[in-house]
Design a protein around this ligand. Structure first.
Ligand SMILES: Cc1ncc(COP(=O)(O)O)c(C=O)c1O
Length: 473
């Protein structure tokens, strides 16, 4: 559930009214989605296949996609910057992926025996990410679960360190203290270890949480639990909190410190890998961890995950001391699609175009908001653009909680009602481009943003204080 707060009650009513009006417009545009949601709610809990698809005012049911566009079941067309939570950077029905899948599907799609495409995929991932060996799975959650198992199996230690506010999937070891409000986090120097529903406290107690970009906090935890920490897992760029970048030297310092304590380092590149750069944050920042987790964009819209590791780490799999398994691992269909993604679609030219379109959107989005008195900043890397309604970039998750949730939700609604599909959880998510996106697609987003900025300006003229804070509730 998304909530928002203003510094004045009068402002809150204004924002509520505007959001209410946009939500009514939204609902009027999608009657078939509303009807499908009602029907689905009888046989599917919450009416959606994954709770991430629950969104306010109603989940949108999609009929099809092509290139940069998606169509909902009411036949409304949208420019898609949602990209299935950042998973589709090849564009919908990409011809190379379609051809690869169509060919493979006629030759059999499942044997639980390897097919040659998996070798090409592993070789290409080695080239891009600089880790020599790769195994496959089916989701980001499976990838981070394998990474945590590996770190524990290799070191023979139980404790792991994760970063506050970093979502690393929904398995027990990492679904601890995620998406919490400031009141639920506990003291900054000793955050509470709150397990997700259904996860025992005993598992949560095997986790230590440190703030992003705080090397002293990490040093302190490693010293306090010296000899007990198996490893650290985190996103090298925090992607579930807008975008929060590592401060200069932070990643290298983390690697050095973790290794000094005999622990292993995992980069969760499920969201960043292939999206922000050909070789993810690993290649972009030049810091190679012991283990890398990939998923999302890897399969070009098919469910594919992967873990890469150093020879030392992966020898634990090769020699059988850790069984990395799964019926559908290296599935022929996902491997055929992934090979096409890596060898035909995500070329250097594709990244050059994404950087051009993304930089264009970011520059104009920030200046549009600022020209109307709304503080704004953002980042752009490859296919990702984040535009945050706040002047000061956050350094960690607690800073990020200060950003207005209401303004970002209003942006989601206004964009949707004017033909642009953003990821529903506007505050946490960023824009994802695909190889099919052009500056002209960006212009539509920018026109809508300009209208929103006008509304924000007129509200802040009527009320002396502008909204500043928001929180999940
Ligand atoms: C950084 C990160 N890690 C792991 C996951 C889990 O991936 P999946 O939803 O494929 O299980 C996600 C999903 O959003 C993610 O953003």
């Amino acid at each position: 559930m998304v909530g928002w707060s203003w510094t004045k009650l009068s402002n809150m009513r204004s924002l509520d009214q505007i959001i209410e009006a946009e939500e009514q417009t939204f609902l009027r545009r999608v009657p078939k989605s509303v009807a499908l949601h009602e029907r689905a709610s009888l046989s599917i809990p919450g009416g959606v296949p994954s709770s991430w698809a629950s969104s306010r005012p109603t989940p949108v049911w999609v009929s099809h996609g092509e290139g940069a566009y998606v169509w909902d079941v009411d036949d409304n067309q949208y420019i898609d910057f949602h990209a299935g939570y950042g998973a589709n950077i090849v564009g919908h029905a990409n011809p190379s992926v379609v051809a690869a899948v169509q060919k493979r599907v006629t030759q059999g799609t499942h044997f639980a025996q390897p097919t040659p495409d998996s070798i090409v995929v592993a070789e290409e991932l080695s080239r891009r990410f600089g880790l020599p060996q790769w195994r496959f799975c089916n989701s980001g959650t499976e990838a981070t679960m394998d990474a945590v198992h590996l770190m524990r199996a290799i070191t023979g230690r139980d404790l792991i360190i994760k970063v506050e506010g970093s979502y690393n999937g929904h398995h027990d070891s990492v679904a601890i203290s995620i998406f919490r409000s400031a009141q639920e986090l506990g003291p900054a120097d000793k955050p509470w270890l709150t397990p997700g529903a259904g996860i025992p406290q005993a598992i949560a107690d095997c986790v230590r949480i440190v703030p992003f970009n705080d090397i002293d906090a990490l040093r302190h935890v490693l010293a306090e639990y010296d000899g007990q920490i198996a490893g650290m897992i985190f996103e090298p760029i925090l992607m579930g909190a807008g975008i929060i970048v590592p401060q200069p030297g932070y990643l290298a310092a983390v690697k050095k410190l973790v290794h000094q304590h005999g622990a292993l380092l995992t980069f969760d590149e499920v969201k960043t890998g292939l999206v922000i750069h050909q070789g993810g944050a690993t290649a972009m920042y030049g810091v190679t961890p012991d283990i890398i987790c990939l998923a999302k964009a890897l399969g070009g819209g098919l469910p594919c995950g992967a873990i890469g590791g150093t020879t030392e780490v992966m020898s634990a799999i090769a020699n059988g001391s850790y069984s990395q398994v799964g019926t559908f691992n290296g599935n022929p269909l996902t491997m055929a699609a992934t090979k096409a993604v890596l060898t035909e679609v995500l070329t250097d030219d594709a990244y050059a175009q994404a950087n051009d379109v993304g930089a264009y959107i970011l520059k104009h989005a920030v200046s549009t908001l600022q020209s109307r008195g709304q503080g704004a900043h953002g980042y752009q890397f490859g296919f990702k653009v984040s535009v945050v309604f706040c002047a000061e970039p956050a350094k960690n998750y607690r800073d990020f909680l200060e950003v207005s949730t209401g303004a970002m939700h209003l942006n989601y609604l206004k964009q949707f009602n004017r033909g642009v599909f953003l990821a529903p959880w506007g505050k946490s998510e960023s824009l994802t481009l695909s190889v099919a996106h052009t500056r002209a697609h960006g212009d539509v987003f920018l026109q809508n943003l300009s209208q929103l900025a006008e509304v924000i300006e007129s509200m802040s003229e009527r009320n002396s204080e502008v909204f500043v804070a928001g929180s999940f509730n």
